[in-house]
Write a protein that binds this ligand. Structure first.
Ligand code: GLC
Ligand code: CA
Length: 543
């Protein structure tokens, strides 16, 4: 690694997430690949993003679409070769784009060499790379459940032992207590850093310090010790960005993870705002209306808590979540306006914004027949709930609302067959709305969702207050508006969003007529205090 000066470049950056399978297929096999991404670097540069977070492209049996890695130092042939990966890193640099790899360190694939060895005998040097408990067939060590259904324990008759897996049976958990596991992972990370990657997204990182005997999955007692060691041994040697996926993060935990002293990570993904429209204590499939006032409180709380003592990531979407415009916007008559409003709301805040592929086009959820779904979590839940006696329509409604495949349909490039994603048969059907929602149309259109995102990215680069300003929530109890200020010594922003599909009167005082409007998703119209459905504006004051 070359001598490196830390720049915290990621504090002014916007990061774009690519789900490689669904982004762009270059060879007609129906699966997106690295060369497909290379073809689209111009598109990404035009949008203005600084870095791409690539969901896993490592060698994998694809039980969980690559989140089950069988070789951390090779690329799955489905996506290309190691050479293609090096090429992507190099080519992206020419477009001023850094490549962030997705590291799955909590578990490997059961087809990883380590696990294949581990399973051979209790004495095998790799046995202790995983988590085993003695037992008898049928008598589980405890009743912990796996993320994708069923028990978290899987019986291996030859060893008369169970291994622990927090996700599918093909994703055995790595044993972080074993120093050999940690040092193997660190050298692998350093190997990727030497290849010039711009950073890492760390899959379910708060689950690595699990203690299954105590039913502890995330935030185990040794979590921060492990992260600090990893950070010292790897990340701190380069000028990279790191973001940990942490479902169990509270603001206090996130402050540790994103401590400005750089001892852990740059930031985490927390999900408090994402899970609000779920019935308490139930699964994600059990939906509830969005508590709007609570959404404001939660987001404001994170903004305030992490100000100057941590760093937020800002996101509505990823490869595991339904499309935000179908969730909290309106994907029918106000699709364009509501997609823009949600973009403004998020991109006005403090933190590093993430855009998930297709979000910048306002892509929507899908409703397929069950045969057309591919996601292991969705398919397992379908079976489980069928067995429990749920009705077909109840189950399908949950899938329409929450299936991860909503995010995984092919990127909509143009209105040609399969949305221009592939010349072959796509691994998952394209959303039929690609004739009206596609990149080719939107890049030319000054009023498109794409252009809105592009503008928001430019504003973040141009005005320092987007990165540095202190957040202040306005109208906390108003039932229509999500409004806030951002303020530093020299500048102030007002971000005012009508969150719903009706005209609404904004009760905020301000010399709006004379203030500079940095962005608005409607033409200036009539009464300045009346906001149209999903209208969003950003006002600017130079102090
Ligand atoms: C994370 C990933 C998800 C994956 C899981 C197990 O939540 O985002 O896609 O299935 O971890 O690796
Ligand atoms: Ca391909």
């Amino acid at each position: 690694m070359s001598e490196c000066k830390k720049t915290n470049w990621w504090k002014k950056a916007v990061i774009y997430q690519i789900y490689p399978r669904s982004f762009k297929d270059s060879n007609g096999d129906g699966i997106g690949d690295l060369n497909g991404i290379i073809q689209k670097l111009g598109y990404l540069e035009n949008l203005g993003i600084d870095a791409v977070w690539l969901s896993p492209v490592f060698k994998s049996p694809q039980d969980d679409n690559g989140y089950d890695i069988s070789d951390y130092q090779d690329i799955d042939p489905m996506f290309g070769s190691l050479e293609d990966m090096e090429n992507l890193i190099r080519e992206a640099k020419k477009h001023n784009i850094r490549i962030i790899m997705d590291l799955v360190l909590n578990h490997s694939s059961d087809e990883h060499y380590w696990f294949k060895e581990a399973k051979k005998s209790r004495e095998n040097p790799y046995h202790d790379y995983y988590i085993w408990r003695d037992g008898e067939e049928g008598i589980l060590p405890n009743d912990m459940k796996a993320g994708f259904g069923g028990s978290a324990w899987e019986w291996v008759p030859e060893l008369k032992q169970y291994y622990f897996h927090q996700f599918s049976v093909k994703q055995p958990d790595l044993n972080w207590e074993n120093p050999k596991v940690r040092s193997e992972l660190y050298s692998m990370i350093n190997w990727w850093m030497n290849k010039g990657v711009g950073g890492f997204r760390l899959d379910v990182i708060d689950q690595i310090a699990k203690e299954p005997d105590k039913n502890i999955t995330n935030n185990g007692p040794k979590l921060h010790e492990f992260i600090q060691e990893m950070s010292r041994e790897t990340f701190q040697k380069g000028d990279i960005v790191t973001v940990g996926e942490a479902w169990g993060a509270t603001p206090d935990i996130a402050k540790m993870f994103s401590n400005p002293d750089g001892s852990e990570l740059s930031m985490v993904f927390q999900f408090e705002h994402i899970m609000l429209d779920t019935q308490e204590g139930k699964e994600k499939w059990d939906t509830a209306p969005l508590p709007f006032i609570k959404l404001k409180k939660v987001l404001a709380h994170w903004q305030q808590e992490l100000y100057q003592c941590g760093w937020n990531s800002l996101f509505w979407n990823n490869h595991d979540l339904p499309r935000i415009v179908s969730r909290w916007g309106n994907d029918k008559e106000y699709r364009v306006q509501s997609a823009k409003m949600l973009a403004v709301l998020l991109h006005g805040m403090q933190g590093t914004p993430y855009i998930y592929q297709g979000e910048e086009l306002g892509m929507t959820n899908v409703q397929y027949q069950i045969e057309d779904y591919r996601d292991i979590e969705t398919l397992n839940m379908y079976k489980e709930r069928k067995d429990k006696g749920y009705s077909e329509s109840e189950i399908m409604d949950s899938i329409y609302a929450r299936s991860r495949d909503n995010a995984r349909t092919p990127m909509q490039w143009d209105d040609s067959a399969n949305a221009g994603f592939t010349e072959g048969e796509p691994w998952i059907k394209a959303n039929p709305d690609y004739a009206v929602i596609n990149a080719a149309d939107q890049i030319k259109d000054p009023d498109s969702v794409f252009t809105c995102y592009k503008t928001l990215i430019q504003l973040r680069k141009k005005y320092d207050v987007f990165a540095s300003g202190r957040f202040g929530l306005l109208l906390p109890d108003d039932a229509s508006f999500f409004a806030y200020t951002r303020e530093n010594q020299y500048e102030k922003l007002y971000v005012i969003c009508n969150f719903y599909g009706k005209d609404a009167l904004c009760q905020l005082d301000g010399d709006w007529e004379n203030m500079e409007l940095l962005y608005g998703n409607y033409e200036k119209n009539g009464k300045i205090n009346i906001y149209k459905p999903y209208e969003a504006r950003i006002y600017y004051i130079k102090k």
